[in-house]
Design a protein. Structure first.
Length: 341
């Protein structure tokens, strides 16, 4: 059977294959559209298998909202060129929309979802790998749910390299988006100090004290007083006994400075607030509620939201490639990869 341009066009629309690949498949199958599509899928799977060991640390995040559900996804590629590819961008969009509407339990369930073209999401990724020319992988997703009275904060930064979805109670959509902008910039990993592992807190305090030691070496060279080591780093460590001892120390300090007791009530709260700030450095680094709010750094996120009669319910933040060891490619290698060489 003679292969016509119309047949090639139909097969391309059905499979996403390139012109020459579609034409070759139709020739090999004597114009049988279904057989040609199956042949392209098989070849696509073979091409994808050859690229299975390649590192994918570039790509995009995607966000989709479906009623009271929102999905945040990360789709990876080998080079950042692909993030501008229309097929890749559409795949990210459809993946986020499918997950928001179907709410799969995990990656395996997500990849089994059926796309609008009738293939599974897994098949769509295999086909994208074959047609784009480099490995395309589905890394992760998070689903967020809200009630009718709550608000989603949707924000993507740096053309989608960072994606954030937050949920707040109270406030409005604008406040929720501002919170997500803060999350994108400040990279909290958990909501509250109650979620930090004690061993992690001790490790972070040790790292911070090491940095203080290095700083003190420089300070000694210019005759500056050394900075004290941190003893505590999280509110979780500040027991009632620790706080009571801190207050006793402040009173002893005021006594030594001969401050009259009648003004202690005006001084102690400020000093205790300073004590809390100085001894929760790990919280401030990793927990959303303890961070200084980027829109008003006179308050923590928790304090600012309280002033707006709002509170955080949940949040998710993805940054493309975080935690993945990237291959050391030079520019020429990236161009070659993009060209499918």
């Amino acid at each position: 059977m003679a292969v016509t341009a119309a047949m090639v066009k139909e097969l391309r629309e059905k499979t996403g294959a390139g012109v020459m690949d579609a034409k070759k498949a139709l020739v090999e199958t004597d114009g049988n559209m279904e057989a040609a599509a199956e042949l392209l899928h098989e070849k696509g799977a073979a091409k994808a298998a050859k690229k299975a060991d390649r590192v994918t640390a570039e790509g995009l995040t995607g966000v989709a909202v479906d009623g009271n559900s929102a999905a945040l996804v990360e789709i990876n590629s080998e080079t950042d060129f692909v993030a501008k590819n229309d097929q890749f961008v559409e795949l990210v969009k459809e993946t986020a929309e499918l997950i928001a509407s179907k709410k799969p339990a995990d990656n395996e369930a997500a990849l089994a979802l059926t796309t609008k073209s009738g293939e599974t999401l897994e098949q769509a990724f295999i086909q994208a790998t074959a047609t784009i020319g480099e490995k395309i992988s589905f890394r992760r997703f998070v689903l967020s749910e809200k009630t009718d009275s709550q608000h989603f904060g949707i924000y993507q930064h740096n053309q989608g390299r960072i994606g954030v979805v937050s949920v707040i109670e109270g406030g409005d959509d604008a406040l929720a988006k501002q919170l997500s902008m803060h999350i994108a910039a400040m990279h909290p990993t958990v909501l509250s100090y109650t979620e930090l592992d004690p061993a992690f807190v001790h490790e972070e305090i040790a790292k911070m004290n090491h940095d203080i030691d290095l700083d003190n070496e420089s300070r000694a060279l210019v005759d500056k007083a050394p900075l004290p080591h941190l003893v505590y780093g999280s509110k979780a460590q500040l027991t009632d006994e620790v706080i009571a001892k801190a207050e006793e120390d402040i009173k002893a300090e005021l006594t030594a400075e001969h401050k009259p007791e009648k003004i202690w009530d005006k001084i102690i709260p400020g000093k205790m607030a300073r004590f809390m700030v100085d001894n929760t450095k790990v919280d401030q680094e990793y927990t959303l509620l303890a961070q200084l709010y980027v829109m008003d750094d006179s308050k923590t996120v928790e304090q600012y939201l309280e002033s707006q009669n709002a509170k955080v319910v949940s949040f998710g933040r993805f940054e493309v490639g975080e935690g993945i060891e990237k291959a050391e490619n030079d520019f020429a290698a990236e161009v070659a990869a993009q060209a499918g060489m």
